[in-house]
Design a binder for this molecule. Structure first.
Ligand SMILES: C[S@@+](CC[C@H](N)C(=O)[O-])C[C@H]1O[C@@H](n2cnc3c(N)ncnc32)[C@H](O)[C@@H]1O
Length: 251
């Protein structure tokens, strides 16, 4: 079998939400590098008891990569765990570039992202016909370089379903900017450590987003889904309309 290092999306926290592939990899790995600040211990408990488990939240990129490469060169099966789906704010790019320079093959295994479990807990469809057909996954800019064309103002102008990661620290300016475009009564799902043992979600109005977040002292592991689709229980798509013909169903 070809040797490689796998980057694995472990989903939002609940081990039952792992893909079968991710779960197999965790069980068979000999060395597991995991971000202990974002991944609950429950996921790590699925691993082989003899595997080496390395917490990376206190390490810099150079330290992480040295360990990963050294262990791989020792002939070990090495995996790197990321919360949710690795393609979303996973900072996998810089790691993969280094591994490729070392001629080490890489595989990425997708996971369920925080927005998906948060919407699922509320049985929410974020693409209701005539209301919005677009989901934006983004964040308030913070210290990370953000292109001006994707400023929160520009995203909010669309009034689509907007899922904001990494934004709880900036909730005041976020709410103020959103209120320039969305109605104050627009529903917002707030999710904190969703699917963790102590996690929760709640629906509030956009006008209360800042006060609610401050009352709950939300800073980390919080997602907001702002969407005009969240109070559209009477709107239906054409898919099940008896007069609507499609490839698999003729009238
Ligand atoms: C570095 S980003 C990684 C996102 C991840 N790759 C994903 O797809 O969900 C971390 C942020 O994702 C969000 N997040 C991740 N897991 C979460 C959870 N279980 N509950 C709420 N928010 C979560 C929070 O905004 C958190 O600050």
């Amino acid at each position: 079998m070809e040797r490689k290092i796998s980057f694995i999306g472990v989903g939002p926290g609940d081990p039952d939400l792992l893909t079968i592939k991710a779960s197999k990899e965790i069980k068979s790995a000999e060395v597991i590098l995991w971000t202990d600040s974002l991944i609950p211990k429950k996921i790590i408990r699925l691993s082989n008891k003899n595997s080496e488990k390395i917490k990376t939240s206190g390490m810099n990129l150079k330290q992480i990569m040295k360990l990963m490469i050294d262990k791989y060169r020792e002939g070990k099966k090495v995996i790197r765990l990321h919360d949710g789906d690795p393609c979303l704010f996973g900072a996998i790019n810089e790691q993969i570039i280094i591994l490729k320079k070392e001629n080490i093959k890489v595989e990425v295994i997708p996971g369920i992202s925080a927005f998906q479990i948060t919407a699922a807990y509320h049985q929410a469809e974020l693409t209701v016909p005539e209301v919005t057909q677009t989901i934006i996954l983004s964040r308030y800019k913070g210290r990370t370089g953000m292109p001006e064309k994707e400023s929160l103002k520009n995203l909010a102008k669309l009034k689509s379903s907007l899922c904001l990661y990494l934004s709880a620290r900036h909730v005041g300016i976020t709410q103020k900017t959103l209120l320039e475009f969305y109605d104050p009564s627009t529903k917002v799902i707030v999710g904190h450590r969703v699917s963790w043992d102590d996690g929760w979600t709640e629906i509030i109005n956009l006008k209360d987003m800042e006060i609610f977040s401050k009352e709950k002292k939300l800073i980390r592991t919080t997602i907001y889904i702002i969407s005009p689709a969240l109070d559209q229980l009477n709107k239906t798509s054409n898919l099940y309309n008896p007069n609507y013909q499609h490839l698999f169903r003729r009238i």
